[in-house]
Design a protein around this ligand. Structure first.
Ligand code: ADE
Length: 230
């Protein structure tokens, strides 16, 4: 998969995407990642990317021209591509959408990062395929959101994680949160690992994990149960 991130702060997502599994995905050739500075696609001497809003109001609006120029320059003609805008106004990004996007590893994803009060709406109308939000809170800009979306998609690409990944009950993939995990030692500061996990009885362990996952979901994310897919 090829992912291009267009932002005025490329350094903000370079580190999170060049560590550990994200770096290994690139070393293995599974991910081709390109970070672009939006200012490189301006044409004026001040490299201006924002301007005052028409109709008045607080803050600045990101100009359309640099985004259009950047996507024109970056889009690979021979690949299918999708342009995603990171914005709190977008559809909520979730595991189902990560899986949908990861299911097309031959695609080019172009992630645009908003800043200030927003981007000129002509970008949304004529350039963007989907607007994505990573949650109901407002970040200073969309660059961290682009790093989050990239990480969530790339870890699902074939060959990125070990083959035993599917053996793990992942949170959200079945509509429930995961059961708690434990490792050695069996007793630490009077804190004990639940007996059932030491029993070696796979049937009982599975039943315990299912019940604990459900209990945790009820406590922390009752909305997942109300959605009815668990
Ligand atoms: N930019 C600012 N806040 C954001 C959010 N929650 N999701 C995506 N992009 C953003």
């Amino acid at each position: 998969m090829r992912i291009d991130i267009i932002t005025i702060f490329p350094e903000m997502c370079r580190a999170p995407l060049s560590e550990s599994i994200m770096q290994r995905a690139q070393d293995k050739g599974i991910l081709e990642l390109h970070l672009h500075d939006l200012r490189a696609f301006t044409t004026d001497k001040h490299r201006k990317v924002d301007d005052e809003p028409y109709g008045g109001g607080q803050g600045m609006v990101m100009k359309p021209e640099p985004f259009f120029a950047a996507v024109d320059a970056i889009r690979v003609a021979t690949m299918p591509s999708e342009v995603l805008l990171m914005t709190p106004q977008g559809r909520r990004f979730d595991q189902a959408l990560a899986e949908e996007l990861a299911a097309e590893p031959d695609k080019q994803l172009i992630l645009l990062c908003g800043h200030y009060e927003g981007v000129d709406h002509r970008v949304v109308e004529a350039l963007v395929d989907r607007e994505l939000s990573i949650g109901d809170y407002v970040l200073t800009n969309g660059t961290l959101a682009a790093a989050v979306v990239t990480d969530a998609i790339v870890r699902l690409l074939p060959g990125v994680l070990g083959d035993d990944r599917s053996a793990w009950q992942e949170s959200f993939s079945d509509g429930l949160l995961e059961a708690p995990h434990y490792t050695r030692p069996p007793r630490f500061r009077d804190l004990e690992v639940p007996e059932v996990l030491l029993s070696g009885h796979h049937g009982r362990i599975e039943a315990w994990r299912e019940a604990e996952g459900r209990r945790r979901t009820l406590a922390n994310r009752p909305d997942l149960l109300e959605r009815g897919d668990a």
